[in-house]
Design a protein around this ligand. Structure first.
Ligand SMILES: C[S@@+](CC[C@H](N)C(=O)[O-])C[C@H]1O[C@@H](n2cnc3c(N)ncnc32)[C@H](O)[C@@H]1O
Ligand code: SF4
Length: 370
């Protein structure tokens, strides 16, 4: 994992963490969901999988989009708060948003380091040229496969040639960047690991390398009751994954999260979507000081694994008011995470902060707080 040099703003955030008081500066990273709609229905998707019994309001919910006006006013607010990174994502596919081009222009206007997380199937050469031109910081493609056959199993509704055309597009990006001598957008590949693709990890890394990715991310599966039977990792899968990742770790030339992913590998039978944070609540978490997530409906969360305990809504109040609110401050003070938090593999350094917290807890046993 690459370690970034802290900025002055980071020191303000660290001060907030240490002093347990109001954070002096806005979140470093904000992830904004802009759309709920998706046409891919990945088999493990916690929103759209056809294995899930859908929420009663699914049809209307799936039409939800963040308006461009709401997005613009959020960006203005974030810019004033000192946010550096903005990620466009969705409970659906961000490239289906009709105003996606305007949104890119806005992110460029405020000079955020911007990322988009996408399934990649709506990307074509024109879009890739645009992303190079606006110097998008990072394009993250959720792939979950290293070959067409596995891709089809994970994405049963995709066209037969979807994997191959994605590969062609990613190779185009690699060639254009080389031709223009540009590093941007840096390419990341995400693979959510389930029983359907867990025997392909080495091929996934080779594929990522071959298309010019700079980072590969293995993401732990959040599992729902209805998807358990098909997707959950068995003991033998975990043994194989550990062996493959141990091998891969020695060879891999890409930025990766193999260590964090391996630390969190447990048989997933007891983990359920929205319930993952209800285990032993004993671990300090630094996320509420440095990042925020905003849903398509404007609800504010500090972590994607936080369930539905929202901290405010940007349709009712500006984000800056919510970020500095009493509720948010209380939340920062009291938030505790499970020992095996799924977020540890997704958000770098949670493990390090967790270790510091364990030491802090031990000291407070020896020297009881008055
Ligand atoms: C909900 S998707 C939205 C963005 C876009 N449609 C995509 O697939 O990248 C956001 C991320 O969640 C991941 N994801 C979906 N279902 C998941 C699950 N059950 N467990 C962990 N991650 C999951 C996707 O792979 C993707 O990387
Ligand atoms: S592409 Fe993304 S939003 Fe769509 S079904 Fe797959 S994981 Fe879910």
């Amino acid at each position: 994992m690459k370690i970034e040099v802290p900025t002055i703003r980071d020191l303000g955030r660290v001060w907030g963490m240490i002093s347990d008081r109001q954070t002096l500066i806005g979140p470093k990273v904000v992830m904004v969901d802009i759309i709920n709609q998706c046409d891919l229905h990945c088999v493990m998707c916690f929103y759209h999988s056809s294995l899930l019994s859908k929420r009663p309001d699914y049809q209307t919910w799936a039409m939800g989009q963040m308006s461009c006006e709401q997005f613009a006013s959020l960006l203005q607010d974030l810019s004033q708060l000192g946010t550096e990174f903005v990620t466009l994502c969705g409970a659906g596919e961000p490239f289906l948003h009709p105003d996606i081009k305007k949104m890119f222009a806005l992110m460029a206007k405020y000079r955020f380091k911007s990322q988009i997380i996408s399934n990649g199937i709506h990307i074509n050469r024109d879009i890739l040229d645009d992303l190079i031109e606006i110097r998008l910081e990072r394009l993250t493609i959720s792939l979950h496969a290293a070959d067409s056959k596995t891709y089809q199993i994970i994405h049963p509704l995709s066209e037969e040639d979807a994997f191959e055309s994605l590969k062609v597009n990613l190779l185009y990006l690699k060639q254009r960047k080389a031709y223009l001598k540009s590093r941007y957008p840096k390419l990341s590949i995400i693979n959510v690991i389930s029983s359907l693709n867990c025997y392909n990890l080495i091929d996934m890394a080779e594929f990522a390398y071959s298309v010019g990715a700079q980072r590969i991310w293995f993401k732990p599966l959040s599992i729902a009751e209805e998807t358990k039977e098909v997707l959950s990792l068995k003991e033998e899968d975990i043994i194989r994954i550990r062996a493959d990742l141990k091998f891969l770790r020695r060879k891999i030339k890409l930025e990766h999260n193999i260590g964090e992913f391996m630390d969190g590998l447990t048989p997933q039978l007891d983990i359920q979507v929205d319930k993952s944070c209800r285990w032993a609540r004993n671990r300090f978490c630094y996320l509420p000081w440095i990042r925020a997530n905003i849903t398509t409906e404007g609800e504010v969360l500090s972590c994607i694994y936080q369930g539905r305990s929202f901290l405010g809504n940007i349709q009712r109040q500006p984000f800056s008011i919510i970020w500095n609110s009493k509720e948010y401050r209380e939340f920062r003070k009291n938030k505790r995470c499970p020992e095996h938090c799924l977020g540890a593999a997704v958000y770098p350094f949670v493990n390090i902060v967790g270790s510091i917290n364990r030491i802090k807890n031990r000291i407070s046993v020896i020297v009881p707080e008055s």
